[in-house]
Write a protein that binds this ligand. Sequence first.
Ligand code: ADP
Ligand code: 5GP
Length: 222
Amino acid sequence: MADRPASEHPDHFRRRGILFVVSSPSGAGKSTISRKLLAGDPGLTMSVSATTRPMRPGEEDGRDYHFVDVPRFKDMVANHEFLEWAHVFGHRYGTPRAPVEAALASGRDVLFDIDWQGAQQLYQRAGGDVVRVFIFPPSLAELERRLRARGTDSEEVIVGRMNRAAAEISHWDGYDYVLVNDDVERCYADVQKILEAERLKRSRQQGLIGYVRKLMTENSDS
Ligand code: ADP
Ligand code: 5GP
């Protein structure tokens, strides 16, 4: 039993869902880690953000982001459709509320690829249900190398991302866990361990008091 992922353990107790945030400076590897997590964990659902930034080659509307224009984004803000939203790299990004609530209600945990502002806002809203993981690159030189190797951004965008990296890294202490993505397999394994341990936390188990009462009275019932 111990070698099965926590999401497949038999449900002794109902459990509160986890809002699992993974942030990093752009290029440190959070999408790579997130993809691996989702592929290996049926109990985890990705939150698909809305953004006003243009679609990149290879991206798909509804899968990578919901690509919307600024008036539509502003309507969504006015209608309280976001759990959180922020300006990042000169564009607006936000987490649609309804899919997150639906996933949690169906007993799944939700993975968020959002920046420090989003992590902070989610924490203000959902407190103990939020687990925040920050991923460092091994060095800024390696971060730049990865951004270039990814081949998705223009030189101007890469310079912008590198300029912003230090600012993002400066928010590392707003996270519960910090990891260095040096070896991707090791970093992925560590993120998995964090999620599995967080799933087992006493504070997330519901119905514990009833269970313990029943356990304690088993002898007197017989
Ligand atoms: P982010 O989502 O943080 O912007 P990505 O996951 O897109 O970053 O990773 C940026 C690039 O670096 C990708 O080309 C990815 O394949 C590569 N990469 C990710 N992790 C590692 C690693 N540990 N070592 C080397 N390259 C990596
Ligand atoms: P990119 O344009 O590279 O996809 O994302 C840029 C940054 O925006 C990343 O740091 C990413 O984590 C962040 N981001 C993506 N979606 C959201 C969101 O819904 N809310 C917030 N606050 N940040 C987001």
